[in-house]
Design a protein around this ligand. Structure first.
Ligand code: FES
Length: 82
């Protein structure tokens, strides 16, 4: 059963879990991906909780895994030394 998290933009927990599998790692990223929280903002606390729970259970997609690996590689200055 789906739980509506953001009434303003019709975002449910399944959609947030999907975003977590696709590489969303923050509430800001969730807002950008779904518009959740960008109208009245009353859903932000619940959205954060649902995202955190989804991140603990999420198995990232191969594309998200590659993107995350790339961001770690570029964030590590030692990896940029040839
Ligand atoms: S309930 Fe999410 S922005 Fe209003």
């Amino acid at each position: 059963m789906r739980m509506i998290v953001c009434i303003c933009h019709n975002v449910n927990d399944k959609r947030i879990a999907q975003c977590a599998r696709e590489g969303v790692r923050s509430v800001k990223g969730l807002c950008m991906a779904t518009r959740c929280g960008t109208r009245c903002g009353k859903c932000l606390c619940t959205a954060r909780d649902v995202l955190n729970e989804a991140l603990q259970q999420a198995e990232p997609t191969p594309a998200a895994r590659n993107a995350l690996a790339g961001s770690v590689a570029t964030a590590n200055p030692a990896s940029q030394v040839a």
